[in-house]
Design a protein around this ligand. Structure first.
Ligand code: SF4
Length: 623
């Protein structure tokens, strides 16, 4: 067996109730390595273009990486890849916790699900055995209860569950896949695709391990990697403060001082009450203890308990920076107990919390402008900063009640349905709501949002830190930004492919040493560095095949026509000329043409002649 891999892919056809095991092809493994590299290629190959994301023909892929389940520090990631119901293009989310390692211990590198069950089911993988189990008794339940019932059914607390909540069952387009109760493979709407397939959960128990080609060498490399990670100052910062910040450095306070902290639906990048929602308050008032994913010395997760007020007694893992911002400042909420409670609701209802906060902020602005009435909200006074209104709306979205039915479509479709000026302040790219960073605060980050295959995501490139702190860069200049975005994208994509958490990274040489010992391949840092570029070109090809192009690499009208209203970025916008210049440069660096279509020679350089042929057969590339 190939070191680092379980050696099998499990195919599940829910319509036919059929399971099939496929031996992992070593050439495929070497070319795409794993994680979302596997997911991107499998999705491209297994899905015909034009399929509705909620059709039984859509494909849902769970894919681990070679580091997943090994003793590399933070080797626990898995990817959920599908055609996104939010964008109609490529979608993925990366989950942490213990689910990914367990899938590998059960003997599978990836799981490919298609079809639709005729009634609610969950997939039960018990080492080599896999079957469908009835899920009618957990359909309609929240994520927390579903997880518990499955563990009780199997009389095994160590079963690892990736489940969806009521939001997914109601086809809320930004529903998440949640594993280990609080870890989310979110953003692309994979949870909604699970719901559309009547698939409540995937539950796994595995008793195997991951073997290395050269065990002694791999253990040595992994130990060195653990030491480097442990000694990195960023490790201590994450352990002490998690992503809610408080210890200085690049955190919520700094983002306000930089003017990039979304406030009231991105009107501003500065929240006047940011100190109220800063990390020290969370730590002093809510923290119970740190929580780590599999093999992680950072433990950025926070177990928290609300000790006072109307939400007293609520236990929550989190919130983290993204939800503090999107459910906090972006909705004008400055009450940390309320933010923690709303975060917990998102977890249990099964939302992508970033998108949920973005949608609520959008709805609050619609209400302020009279585009949504109190009658449409079912009596909710949807005012900025009102946590009760926010939580009431979250429930309505999850169950598609009143205006919640429209908002469940995500901001892009909701804005089109609401009409008037709503599309001007719907803060998304390609249909995916923007995350917790103001897009007008630095031009490289603006480019990163515009070109992301997912849409409005910081998962591909996050350049703010370097753009603002590197004295050689001017954040409001287009100079050198295309290259910065490409390099940053490469650095952040490789861990997703290897099955490795992105917080506190190693060098490409470190990854290459680990991969060589793990797989037995003669693999170099240079070879590894090409794989993220290849995968990014492949997901671009997927999107191009679905009809996306340069016209879609654009920012929301608010970012390009409305200046930031106050704070350190007051007056800033991104002009069309600036974006066009950066797009031209980025496409050139990626080997794509001026319309953003990957060139034949680029696809062939990466060994993807088959992808080039498929684009040719659809008239996208000339033969
Ligand atoms: S840093 Fe946080 S998200 Fe990453 S592996 Fe550790 S606990 Fe999980």
């Amino acid at each position: 067996m190939l070191g680092g891999y379980a050696g099998k892919i499990l195919h599940v056809d829910l319509s036919k109730r059929m399971f099939k095991k496929e031996i992992l092809d070593p050439k495929f493994a070497r070319a795409f390595l794993g994680g979302r590299g596997f997911g991107a290629k499998l999705l491209f190959d297994h899905l015909e273009p034009g399929v509705d994301p909620f059709s039984p023909d859509n494909v849902l892929i769970f894919a681990t990486g070679p580091f997943t389940g090994t003793n590399m520090p933070k080797g626990q990631r898995y990817s959920v890849v599908t055609k996104s119901p939010l964008t109609g293009g490529y979608g993925d989310g990366e989950g942490g916790g213990h689910f990914g390692p367990e899938l590998k211990f059960a003997g599978y590198d990836a799981l490919i699900v298609k079809g639709k069950a005729d009634k609610p089911v969950y997939i039960w993988i018990d080492d080599e055995t896999a079957r469908l189990e009835d899920a009618t008794h957990i359909w309609g339940r929240g994520v927390f209860e579903a997880d518990k019932i499955i563990k009780d059914d199997k009389a095994d607390k160590l079963v690892r569950v990736a489940a969806v909540g009521p939001a997914a069952e109601k086809l809320v387009r930004f529903a998440a896949v949640t594993n280990d109760l609080y870890r989310h493979a979110a953003r692309g709407g994979g949870g909604a695709v699970m719901g559309s397939k009547n698939l409540k959960a995937v539950a796994v128990r595995g008793f195997g391990g991951v073997e290395a080609a050269n065990t002694d060498e791999f253990n040595k490399v992994a130990e060195e990697a653990m030491k480097k990670t442990y000694d990195n100052p960023g490790r201590k910062g994450m352990y002490d403060w998690g992503t809610w910040g408080g210890g200085g450095g690049w955190d919520l306070k700094q983002y306000n001082l930089w003017g990039i902290h979304p406030t009231r639906n991105y009107r501003s990048g500065y929240f006047e009450n940011y100190e109220k929602i800063y990390g020290k308050n969370f730590r002093d008032r809510l923290l119970l203890k740190q929580r780590a994913c599999f093999a992680c010395p950072l433990a950025c997760g926070r177990h928290a308990l609300i000790r006072d007020g109307p939400y007293k007694g609520t236990f929550v893992e989190g919130p983290e920076y993204e939800t503090i911002t999107m459910l906090g400042s972006d909705c004008g909420v400055d009450n940390i107990e309320a933010i923690a409670k709303a975060h917990q609701m998102c977890d249990d209802l099964g939302f992508d919390g970033i998108s949920a906060g973005n949608v609520v902020a959008f709805a609050m602005e619609c209400y302020e402008k009279g585009l949504i009435t109190k009658e449409q909200t079912g009596g909710i006074e949807l005012k900025w900063g009102d946590p009760e209104a926010q939580m009431a709306l979250l429930k309505k979205i999850a169950y598609r009640e009143d205006i919640g039915d429209v908002l469940a479509e995500g901001v892009k479709i909701a804005a089109e349905k609401i009409g008037g000026s709503a599309p001007d302040f719907a803060m998304h790219v390609k249909g995916l709501p923007l995350p917790a960073y103001e897009p007008r605060g630095a031009l490289g980050q603006a480019l990163a949002f515009a070109i992301s295959d997912l849409g409005g995501s910081h998962d591909r490139a996050w350049t703010y830190g370097e753009e603002i702190t590197n004295p050689k860069l001017d954040r409001f200049s287009t100079d050198a930004k295309a290259e910065l975005v490409k390099n940053n994208m490469r650095m952040r994509t490789l861990p997703d492919i290897l099955g490795y958490c992105r917080f506190v990274l190693l060098s490409y040489d470190d990854y290459a040493k680990a991969m060589a010992a793990l797989t037995g391949w003669n693999i170099t840092a240079e070879e590894l560095m090409t794989v993220p570029d290849k995968v990014t070109t492949l997901t671009r090809a997927f999107n191009v095949r679905e009809g996306f192009g340069r016209k879609d690499d654009i920012l929301p009208p608010r970012a390009m026509k409305e200046p930031v209203v106050d704070g350190p970025t007051k007056g800033r916008m991104v002009t069309k000329e600036e974006l066009d210049k950066m797009l031209d440069e980025y496409y050139l660096l990626m080997g794509w043409d001026k319309d953003g279509i990957p060139k034949r020679e680029t696809l062939e350089k990466y060994g993807m002649t088959d992808v080039a042929e498929k684009l040719t057969s659809r008239g996208i590339l000339l033969s």
